[in-house]
Design a protein around this ligand. Structure first.
Ligand SMILES: CC(C)(COP(=O)(O)OP(=O)(O)OC[C@H]1O[C@@H](n2cnc3c(N)ncnc32)[C@H](O)[C@@H]1OP(=O)(O)O)[C@@H](O)C(=O)NCCC(=O)NCCS
Length: 176
């Protein structure tokens, strides 16, 4: 029985020896055939995640405190600062998705829904929403969070498009 298998194997781990219908039976629990042994080390392709997994893995969350040096004369978060934070969150998300050099090519429709007062936290959440040939789009949502209670609401949302580039700053396909 297992002997024929043993001859074709690199390594056999025997769990126990028992008697079955008068015959000594070895229960083999771990058989490494040469080709199976090699395939235990996955190639980069085998490791490659699906786009869905990559979208999950690249989701980026950054929390900032809205201190007075980030506000305008209304004591709310300055729009330009919010845009800088959002572009940064989007850039990290895009780069994590494909691990390539990326540049911002466009920002679409930024909705400032609620003012963000000084003395609060904001959480920026970046997520890839579209993957093109050389470009991809990231949605960034900014949540306003009170420091001393659990209140939280969506305050800003915007879309950012990035292009993957080579060393000559020319567009190249986004790795999937
Ligand atoms: C990004 C850049 C390399 C693109 O070069 P380009 O010659 O315009 O490239 P293409 O026309 O071939 O477009 C490349 C991709 O970008 C997309 N794209 C280009 N302009 C766009 C725009 N205004 N809005 C949305 N997508 C745009 C195209 O649809 C294409 O996507 P796809 O390949 O997924 O279909 C070039 O415009 C550039 O260097 N811009 C400056 C970037 C920069 O300095 N950003 C700020 C600092 S990070």
């Amino acid at each position: 029985m297992p002997d024929t298998t043993v001859k074709r194997c690199d390594k056999v781990k025997v769990d126990k020896v028992t008697v079955f219908e008068g015959q000594v039976v070895r229960v083999v629990v771990d058989v490494l055939f040469p080709q199976i042994g090699k395939s235990k080390f996955l190639s980069p392709t085998e490791h490659a995640m699906s786009n869905k997994d990559k979208i999950e893995a690249s989701e980026t969350r950054i929390t900032k405190a809205v201190f007075p040096n980030t506000t305008n004369h209304y004591a709310t978060l300055f729009g330009g600062t919010a845009l800088q934070w959002m572009d940064e969150a989007a850039f990290i998300t895009a780069t994590r998705f494909c691990r390539q050099k990326m540049v911002t090519v466009c920002s679409d429709r930024i909705d400032f829904k609620h003012p963000i007062p000084a003395g609060t936290f904001v959480e920026l959440v970046g997520r890839v929403v579209k993957v093109g040939n050389t470009s991809l789009q990231v949605r960034v949502t900014v949540y306003l969070e009170q420091m001393y209670d659990e209140y939280r609401e969506k305050a800003i949302e915007g879309l950012f498009t990035f292009v993957a580039i080579d060393d000559n700053m020319q567009p190249v396909p986004v790795r999937r």
